[in-house]
Design a protein around this ligand. Structure first.
Ligand code: ATP
Ligand code: FE
Length: 371
């Protein structure tokens, strides 16, 4: 089994080729970070154009690096949601063109499920059921994975995701945004005193597993304003006093942002153990899971419950094609795929994309639990 995975749900155009035994034959990611830094955010139309410009090249490079041609593929897997509709279409259209021309089955993949399932590629012992914390720029989810395609959502964000808070903090601190904001904040935080700025932990009074990062973002913005930090002065030009004050904010923000994760994870583990007492793992994935501080703190949490933390390597935590190919392989084995699309009309837009696509049912009782 040799599967091509294609990912275009947000701002990275990615493709990869993975074998049924888990061997990664190639992996290519083309990032729009430069464009984002220039315009200060994702504009769907611009992102769509950027995907369209590079998609053929990214897929070709994945084939070349694997020393394969389309004829060697068994199937094509593609993200159909959630994400920006215009962007998803670029990937789906490409997948259908390849599948149509080479008579290959096509596998529709849920982007957030793929963030979780890729952990099974790295960790062969990771069996269902398991708990997963998925943390990225657009999502903050705690889900109980019962089986492939079967999830219970224990918590989600009521406003922003943690990655969004990292990205804005980076921007307001004048960090280099050509790479994404998260790693820049993580790096600067190492120089700072995490106890120096007193941010409050979000949603302390809500005894559930939901998240909120909008309030913390505001606290960070106010702290920056009150210290007269000017984001227009890049960190590389800041005086040493200015730099250390920015580092203190970065460290204090990161500490509290992650304390919120820790608290929610503890509760989610307690809920999850009641629903599925056999769980042994907490999977942490999505871009923010590449943060070493996040990993260390959550490792501490799972140890209390004698669970194991499973984090994919950083390049498989951020958006990538491998996770799409691998989730495609698991779905293919479960018989979940579509027959090859007609080769004649590859531009046909009647296919499904699912820009909003929840991952599983919400856990209703959880909300009523008085802890
Ligand atoms: P989605 O929300 O649809 O999964 P996404 O576009 O947010 O997708 P990801 O690559 O999964 O894409 O996550 C990117 C996010 O992860 C960004 O917000 C980025 O700042 C954050 N991130 C990446 N590395 C780190 C890090 N080391 N520390 C903190 N945040 C990080
Ligand atoms: Fe993602």
């Amino acid at each position: 089994l040799v599967v091509l995975g294609i990912e275009t749900s947000c701002d990275d155009t990615a493709a990869a080729i993975v074998k049924g035994n888990g061997e990664i034959l190639s992996q290519v990611v083309s990032s729009q970070a430069d464009l984002l830094a220039q315009y200060g955010g994702v504009a769907p139309k611009m992102a769509e154009e950027a995907h369209s410009r590079v998609i053929d090249q990214v897929v070709q490079e994945a084939l070349d690096k694997a020393s394969l041609t389309e004829k060697d593929l068994s199937a094509v897997a593609v993200t159909i949601g959630p994400g920006l509709s215009l962007c998803l279409r670029v990937g789906v259209q490409k997948a259908r063109r390849v599948a149509g021309n080479f008579n290959l089955p096509i596998i529709s993949v849920h982007h957030m499920e793929a963030h979780a399932i890729v952990a099974r590629l790295m960790e062969k012992e990771l069996q269902f059921p398991f708990l997963a914390l998925l943390i990225s720029g657009g999502h903050n989810l705690l889900v109980l994975a019962h089986d492939l395609g079967q999830y219970t959502q224990l918590g989600t964000t009521i406003d922003d995701a943690i990655g969004e808070a990292f990205d804005k903090t980076a921007k307001w601190l004048g960090l280099d945004l050509r790479k994404s904001g998260g790693p820049a904040v993580e790096q600067l935080a190492r120089e700072g005193d995490a106890e120096s700025v007193k941010f409050s932990i979000p949603m302390k009074q809500h005894k559930d597993c939901n998240f909120s990062y909008a309030g913390l973002k505001t606290q960070v913005r106010l702290a920056i304003a009150s210290r007269n930090i000017d984001a227009k002065v890049p960190i590389s030009c800041a005086s040493s006093q200015d730099r250390s004050s920015r580092a203190d904010i970065a460290a204090s923000f990161q500490r509290v942002a992650v304390l919120h994760l820790e608290e929610r994870c503890e509760r989610a583990i307690e809920w999850a153990l009641k629903i599925e007492p056999s769980i042994k793992h907490l999977v942490v994935s999505g871009g923010v899971a590449s943060n070493q501080y996040v990993r260390a703190r959550l490792d501490h949490v799972v140890n209390k419950y004698s669970l194991r933390l499973v984090c994919p390597p950083p390049n498989l935590c951020t958006d990538n094609g491998v996770m799409i190919a691998w989730t495609g392989i698991e779905n293919f084995r479960a018989g979940r795929y579509d027959p090859p699309p007609p080769a004649k009309d590859p531009e046909d837009f009647k296919y499904d994309v699912r820009p909003r696509w929840p991952l599983g049912e919400e856990y209703a009782e959880g909300r009523k639990l008085k802890v």
